[in-house]
Design a binder for this molecule. Structure first.
Ligand SMILES: [Fe+2]
Length: 345
């Protein structure tokens, strides 16, 4: 087909797409569909929505993106088709609230499952699943099986630690927790110590820290709990990275392990709040929580759900007791400190 012939057709497609972006709010309100905006990978969440539709007959439409969904909801305003936003990380949940695209959730069922530590005091977000920020340690070169986050700044680890960017949301939350625990001045000192221990400029993602430990570039990598399980069980090319390392669940001095969450926000202009609430409550139910545990390798937010055996193999998680809202409150300070100490330079 020549470009001349293609052009009108392309214009039609674009026009149709522009209309389609507005139409679902009306269509969805009538049909009862729930429209989910999400940063989560489709393959991770589709099994959940399929099971929900099977249980309830309610269809779920998914719009995935890697960034900008809060802005999109904001610019769509009252005609936004979004019923809920599903995302990972306390920073992103708070971003949505700050953008003004959420509304408070009121649900006794949710309050019963999700402890106050893992939900917004005003109800603007609820955690659905948990992950911990841990250490992937070289099996060959690291003898110890316990460590504190504070110890990561000990000069004994000089040149031995690998980590992704200090501004990545996973590290931001960990550093913000350090600020909440010890205050800004101590956290800065700790961050300088950690930076001094880095084997290389922060780079890559969590899996690459395991790769670099396996390659002997560093002895400790910082990563999330589910990546190690994914490398070990679902990725033959990365399995050797997991096999070369052991997962240590670090704790804060006098505290527990730093936990972050995936969570949900009910959209301010949700066309279908009733069905959206059905989905949110279903997501913390037993069936969904088993899926989070076994397909996503996350810790269930609901008590009494078995943790996946690979994850359980890390040892018993003793989650730190700091409320996530306190961590979120220190996110900006943590980001400023990362720049101040030149962490990523
Ligand atoms: Fe991740």
């Amino acid at each position: 087909m020549t470009p001349e012939l293609r052009a009108p057709r392309l214009r039609f497609v674009l026009t149709f797409a522009a209309c389609a972006a507005v139409l679902p709010s009306v269509a969805a309100a009538q049909s009862g569909d729930v429209n989910v905006y999400t940063y989560r990978e489709q393959k991770l969440i589709q099994p959940l929505f399929d099971a929900f539709t099977k249980d309830t007959g309610i269809k779920v439409n998914v719009i995935s993106a890697s960034s900008g969904l809060e802005q999109r909801m904001k610019s769509e305003g009252a005609s936004s088709p979004a019923d809920l936003l599903l995302t990972v990380d306390i920073g992103r949940l708070e971003d949505a609230v700050r953008a003004g695209v959420s509304q408070p959730i009121k649900s006794a069922a949710l309050d019963q499952v999700v402890t106050p530590q893992y939900r917004d005091p005003e109800g603007h977000w609820y955690a659905i699943s948990m992950r911990a920020r841990v250490v992937y340690a070289s099996k060959d070169r690291v003898a110890q099986n316990a460590i504190t986050y504070e110890e990561l700044a000990d000069p004994k680890w000089k040149g031995k630690i690998c980590i992704r960017s200090g501004q990545h949301m996973y590290n931001n939350a960990l550093f913000a927790a350090m600020v909440a625990k010890h205050g800004e001045a101590k956290a800065e000192e700790w961050l300088r110590g950690l930076k001094a221990n880095l084997a290389q400029k922060p780079s890559g993602g969590d899996r690459e820290t395991a790769r670099d430990v396996a390659a002997g570039k560093c002895d400790l990598g910082i990563g999330n709990t589910y990546y190690w399980a994914l490398m070990m069980n679902s990725n033959p090319a990365q399995k050797p990275w997991a096999e070369a390392t052991k997962v240590i669940l670090p704790t804060f001095q006098g505290g527990g392990t730093h936990v972050n969450v995936s969570g949900v926000v009910l959209a301010k202009h949700a066309p279908n709040p009733a069905n959206a609430m059905k989905l949110i409550e279903w997501l913390v139910g037993e069936k969904a929580q088993h899926i989070y545990a076994d397909i996503n390798y996350e810790y269930p937010i609901r008590a009494g759900i078995a943790i996946n055996p690979t994850i359980a193999g890390y040892g018993a998680l003793k989650a730190d007791s700091l409320p996530l809202s306190k961590i979120a409150g220190n996110a900006k300070t943590a980001a400023t400190l990362v720049d101040k100490v030149g962490f990523d330079n």
